[in-house]
Write a protein that binds this ligand. Structure first.
Ligand code: AMP
Length: 279
């Protein structure tokens, strides 16, 4: 069962995966496409830990609270397939909306609590319901042992862990480090929407996060965030939020703990970028 393959529905993917005498151990890497080295790092980790890696490419309409954002989201399937077809044990699945969300939908909505009301939850109402739903269904139909997610979207990672625990899906959720460019900008499919000048300006995001990491233990939360915001405001980007929280619960920052994260969201022209740094 080797050789790069692409499927456009879960039925034919499952038939392929069940072909051999022994069902392979599957690692799932869900993506929305416009793949970059950040995605590749998840795939390579998954290849080390599984027999077959299923990469899904699906721009999930349910997780976009803004229709213009959904419309503008980069879609480059030929490039994506060209990037992945060098991997022998990678199988790509590009499902249709009604395959992911059939009439007889296997998902029962769960409560997300605080995760859905702070930071991303506050600014993107309904977003995490859409994320929990799609990841549940992708897991339901592809039956992985492990699934890989980037720390780049740390709140999403907590939502997914919560969904897996609540729905008792037998899947290990594996967190992978954020991949950055040489200047610190976190790789993101949305970076494709930035021109060179905006790309440079977006570096303020990592500069701001690094300032918080270096100073919070000494200056404390309030003063650090105040100074960090002043640094950020020297740029042309528009800040949506900058805050420090507990990295698992997304409850309040714990001064004495080592379990915190600083999260940021900002608009670079009309492109919404998010990032975070573990404290
Ligand atoms: P997306 O296609 O943006 O939905 O991302 C698919 C997966 O790749 C998610 O688990 C993201 O957290 C992860 N990811 C995106 N960007 C990065 C990055 N720069 N480093 C590591 N993982 C990433």
């Amino acid at each position: 069962m080797t050789g790069f393959r692409t499927f456009y529905d879960f039925g034919s993917l499952r038939s392929f995966l069940n072909e051999g005498a022994k069902v392979p151990q599957i690692g799932l890497v869900p993506t929305m496409g416009a793949l970059h080295i950040g995605h590749v790092s998840l795939i390579e980790r998954a290849l080390k830990e599984n027999d077959i890696v299923v990469v899904t490419i699906f721009v999930n309409p349910k997780q976009f609270n803004n229709p213009i954002d959904l419309e503008k989201y980069p879609r480059v399937p030929e490039k994506d397939l060209a990037l992945l077809n060098v991997y022998d044990r990678v199988v790509v699945c590009i499902p249709q909306v009604n395959d992911v969300y059939p009439e007889n939908d296997p998902y029962e909505k769960i409560e997300l609590g605080l995760l859905d009301t702070v930071l991303e939850g506050e600014f993107r109402p309904g977003h995490f319901d859409g994320v929990a739903h799609v990841v549940h269904n992708l897991m339901f139909y592809t039956k992985p042992s492990k699934a890989y997610f980037g720390l780049k979207d740390i709140q999403q990672l907590s939502v997914i862990k919560h969904m897996v625990a609540s729905t008792k899906r037998p899947v290990d959720v594996v967190a992978c480090q954020t991949v950055r460019d040489a200047h610190g900008l976190a790789l993101s499919s949305r970076n494709l929407l930035l021109n060179e000048a905006k790309h440079k300006e977006a570096l303020i995001i990592y500069k701001t996060l690094s300032f918080v990491k270096s100073n919070i233990k000494v200056l404390g939360k309030e003063e650090t965030l105040k100074q960090a915001q002043a640094i950020f405001n020297q740029s042309s980007l528009e800040l949506e939020y900058l805050d420090v929280v507990n990295r698992t619960t997304f409850g309040p920052y714990e001064k004495e703990g080592d379990d915190n994260v600083c999260c940021i969201s900002a608009f670079c022209e009309k492109v919404r970028l998010i990032d975070n740094i573990l404290l």
